[in-house]
Design a protein around this ligand. Structure first.
Ligand code: ASP
Ligand code: MG
Length: 326
């Protein structure tokens, strides 16, 4: 019997049909005899709405109570999912972060997971139940409810998988993996079969919005590799970790950057990969972007970034993608 941790993002749980679809995915390995823990985010845009409500009352709401409020979104999800599974005839138990033993420090809004005790999870699994755990939230030593930062449910899933020594960890989301670029901006982007922790962290740093960075750091610390998959299709996803870094793995755009001496909004367009440390790569980047209004170039061991006016960002990204990734 394998222990499988699954995580479902907010968009994968948005309406009744999606809830049902996710419930079937959760139940499938359980029906095959595996133990399943599912970590859920708040449904749809619940977290944004809760936050808006808070900001309508106070422009600077107290952090402790903001966490108390935001943690409600995930509690709705696990309660609804337990009801949906019950309706399908599967035994499930929904747990909050504190019931699951997700121990964090006390930095409200950006708490770090220290460890997971997980006693209740193990008991429920031993009783043959599917366990549903709220993502994004934990409990501090002094018993305060904390949240892990926006997108933090990914981190909850990896933390549970690491501390409970799961055999597999699957992050289900609305994209079917990690791409060489954002496919909404560059349709020629390709799905990566696998990506190393370091490449994934650098992609996130440069603006790729796939995973909560801390979940990748935590996975690296525990040498836990995991998979990003689509909750809507059955195509294979992207494995994160457990492999060598790539020469080049992607391009990313970050908009809305202000540079001194320009009043124009700028974008940072980056190519990411181990070969970015080579002198030759920088020369190639400069050459590829020679037709654009390039303002500045910045190098890191795993990325080379060019600053261009926002209107030229996609063109720059496309040139770099064509050169290094096609
Ligand atoms: N619900 C939280 C958010 O919207 C956490 C998550 O989705 O991972 O940021
Ligand atoms: Mg997310």
């Amino acid at each position: 019997m394998a222990l499988i941790v699954q995580k479902f993002g907010g968009s994968s749980l948005a309406g009744p049909e999606r809830l049902l679809r996710a419930a079937r995915r959760i139940a499938e390995p359980w029906q095959n005899g595996d133990a399943v823990i599912a970590v859920l985010s708040a449904r749809g845009d619940t977290t944004d709405r809760l936050l808006q409500d808070a900001l309508a009352i106070s422009r600077d709401p107290p952090k402790r109570e903001t966490d108390l409020l935001l943690s409600v979104g995930e509690q709705i999800s696990v309660a609804h999912m337990a009801m949906q599974l019950h309706e399908l005839g599967f035994p499930a138990e929904a747990l909050t972060g504190w019931q699951a033993g997700v121990r964090t420090d006390r930095s409200f809004g950006d708490a770090r997971v220290h460890h997971v005790t997980g006693g209740r999870i193990r008991r429920a699994l031993a009783d043959g139940r599917i366990v549903l755990v709220t993502g994004f939230q934990g409990i501090s030593e002094s018993g305060e409810i904390t949240t892990l930062g926006r997108g933090g449910s990914d981190t909850t899933a990896v933390a549970l998988a690491a501390y409970l020594e799961a055999d597999a960890c699957h992050i289900y989301t609305d994209v079917d993996g990690v791409y060489t670029a954002d496919p909404r901006e560059l349709p020629e982007a390709r799905k990566l079969e696998a990506v190393s922790y370091d490449d994934m962290l650098e992609m996130a740093e440069q603006g790729a919005k796939v995973l909560h960075s801390r979940c990748v750091e935590l996975a690296r610390e525990h040498s836990l590799s995991f998979e990003v998959r689509s909750s809507f299709t059955d195509t294979p996803g992207t494995r994160v970790g457990g492999e060598e870094a790539r020469r080049f793995c992607g391009v990313a755009i970050r908009r809305g950057i202000r540079l001194p001496m320009t009043d124009q909004p700028m974008a940072r367009v980056s190519v990411i990969g181990a070969a970015c440390g080579e002198e030759e790569t920088a020369i190639q980047v400069l050459r590829a972007l020679s037709g654009l209004r390039l303002r500045q170039i910045a190098r890191r061991p795993r990325a080379i970034s060019a600053y261009v006016p926002e209107g030229e960002a996609v063109e720059a990204a496309r040139a770099l993608h064509y050169l290094f990734l096609s």
